[in-house]
Ligand binder design. Structure first.
Ligand code: NAD
Length: 564
């Protein structure tokens, strides 16, 4: 992570008050000029510095972090204004090993708690996230810079996942009877045993959602969790854990370690019994190698270069706002957002005209209140990446149809929602994930060309198809190589339908979150087969050839009576 303390704006501007009128318990109002110094400001000791968050609240949140002190501290900054946010304790690799040891002890007790009681905790969490949503939204915005409405998606997501696993989880985990090798004599039952300690390594872009929702099914399945949120997402994740404990999770069952990918995240991968990783494909490959060496399982939720297709019969009144939301939610820092707009040539001019009007009307803002349509990028590295992609494309002949400018007067890392056309494979943004508010538009002659273009990527995370004909939408979806396809929606329909699996094909990942797969991955299946009356191969009076003949006959009968 780049330290925002090293960020120096081109000119000194006074940070705007991030909250208008509505005082809150955790957020401070006094601000200093952004980037007063290019040295890292320590808000604990530097009288010029003002935290964006009360230090007492930070201390409360970080009190349970497993950090011996050897790892030092890290000052984080809010992308909303560049102001210092918090001083975080960092965990060393030895601290991570210690966290795993503590989690292992707690897990043994938790696995004995009846699953119905474990599920009740999730249902209580559902209510708590709504009760405490104001404070959660503040934290999500302060750490990620996103607009409040996009932060709310995370609160809603936690509630939906908690409700789903709270209600359906016990049935996913229930024992399952199977036909024994010899019916009546053999009874086979499949049990779902917890893996033990699940390591969750979560990124910064959905700081609440991705830290909490992947942990919930792991906990319900009887595991402990060692959570390593991205440093830029640590406080939100800790607030999520605080609520889990309030809902009834034993306080040593979820151990939180803080620090960068290397060494802290890597140490989690080195010690956990199963790894749930969310991040880029490049890092996912490293995580997969370590997990493979240790022979532990891993689910990898990775990057995307998602396409949205507008067919010639699409209802443009819905497609235009739907596409805008899908491209620019969380300022494009959403793994399932759209970076390639594929438009049928019959509606290209009309769709693109209306789309550009809507994009230009988007309200940019960094306030801790409702109203902005698009917030900030998370920091300097992300801003640089977006700028580089736009500049590279323009230098090679692409046209900027909307946006294309950094807007430091709004917030240090605000970049306009940007639309390009004329993007070719010579340009970086044609195939490389930008992870920012940048979309390229392509015209196609028919559905076949749209599908070819949608599939012309190493990724396969999410896609969207807009057509009035739902049957046509399903037929197109069947030919797109992506883990989720939304018809007449951008991403939220599939993402929010949490009874069904969600995840990536091709380089977008391994394994799935949500639904049955999203919880059973945290379990080991165990087949307990109980043999009664006579043993197999051990029938009195029957040996060798006679036994083989009897068995042949029995197996033929079993097929004839259509046993599965
Ligand atoms: P990144 O891969 O650089 O980092 C992701 C996380 O992994 C970070 O918190 C980082 O600290 C940690 N990390 C780095 N090295 C590690 C290691 N060796 N072992 C363990 N952890 C390590 O990605 P990023 O740029 O921070 O996040 C954006 C990427 O994440 C995008 O590609 C985006 O598409 C992807 N993402 C995917 C999903 C999904 O569900 N598929 C969701 C959100 C983000």
């Amino acid at each position: 992570m780049r330290r925002l303390g090293a960020f120096q704006p081109r000119r000194t501007v006074w940070c705007p008050h991030v909250r208008r009128g509505r005082p809150g318990p955790t957020v401070r109002h006094r601000w200093l000029p952004c980037g007063m110094s290019n040295a890292v400001v320590d808000p604990e000791t530097d009288p010029r510095a003002t935290y964006a968050l009360e230090p007492s609240r930070v201390r409360e949140l970080t009190a349970g972090v497993v950090a011996s002190g050897e790892g030092g501290t890290l000052t984080t900054y809010t992308p909303l204004t560049g102001a210092p946010l918090a001083v975080l304790p960092l965990s060393t690799a030895a601290d991570v090993a210690d966290a795993v040891r503590r989690a292992r002890v707690a897990q043994r007790r938790w696995a004995d708690v009846p699953v119905a009681e474990r599920a009740a905790v999730l249902l209580r969490l559902h209510d708590l996230v709504f009760e405490r949503q104001s404070g959660l939204l503040d934290l999500v915005q302060l750490e990620s810079g996103k607009a409040r409405s996009h932060a709310f998606e995370e609160v809603g997501d936690v509630a939906i996942v908690a409700r789903h696993y709270g209600r359906r989880g016990p049935s996913y985990l229930a024992d399952e009877r199977h036909l024994g090798v010899f019916p009546l004599l053999t009874r086979s039952t499949e049990h779902r045993r917890p893996k033990g300690v699940v390591g969750v390594v979560s990124p910064w872009n959905y700081p609440l959602s991705l830290a909490v929702t992947d942990a919930l099914p792991a906990l319900l399945a009887g595991n402990a969790v060692v959570l390593r949120p991205d440093p830029q997402a640590s406080l939100t994740a800790l607030a999520g854990v605080e609520l889990m404990v309030e809902a009834g999770i034993p306080d040593d069952l979820v151990q939180v370690v803080l620090g960068p990918g290397d060494p802290t995240g890597a140490a989690v991968v080195d010690h956990a019994d199963y790894v749930c990783f969310t991040g880029s494909t490049a890092t996912g490959r490293r995580v997969a190698q370590t997990a493979a060496r240790r022979l532990v399982g891993a689910s990898l939720e990775l990057g995307g270069k998602n396409a949205l297709y507008v067919a010639d019969d699409a209802d443009l009144r819905r497609a235009v706002p739907g596409a805008v939301r899908t491209c620019f939610s969380s300022a494009g820092q959403l793994c399932i957002s759209t970076e390639r707009l594929v438009v049928h040539e019959a509606v290209y001019d009309e769709f693109v005209g209306r789309f550009l009007d809507a994009v230009r009307r988007l309200r940019l803002g960094v306030g801790l209140d409702w109203g902005a349509d698009v917030g900030s990028l998370v920091g300097e590295a992300q801003l640089d990446r977006v700028r580089e992609h736009v500049e590279d494309a323009v230098a090679k002949g692409a046209r900027v149809l909307a946006g294309g400018r950094h807007r430091p007067e709004i917030g240090p890392f605000v970049y306009e929602p940007t639309v390009l056309d004329g993007v070719t494979s010579a340009m970086t943004c044609r195939d490389t994930e930008t992870f920012g508010p940048l979309v390229a538009v392509y015209a196609v002659a028919d559905d076949a060309e749209a599908v070819r273009l949608a599939n012309d990527t190493e990724y396969g995370l999410n896609a969207s198809v807009w057509t009035r004909d739902r049957r046509r939408g399903r037929a197109i979806a069947a030919r797109i190589h992506a883990g989720t396809v939304n018809v007449n929606e951008g991403y939220a329909a599939a993402w929010g339908s949490v009874g069904a699996p969600m995840g990536g094909m091709k380089a977008s990942g391994l394994g799935r979150r949500h639904g049955r797969e999203g919880i059973l991955k945290y379990t080991e299946s165990q087949n307990v087969a109980v043999q009664s009356l006579v043993g197999i191969g051990d029938i009195p009076g029957l040996r060798d050839e006679r036994y083989a003949r009897a068995l042949t006959g029995a197996l033929r009968v079993m097929k004839a009576v259509r046993l599965p």
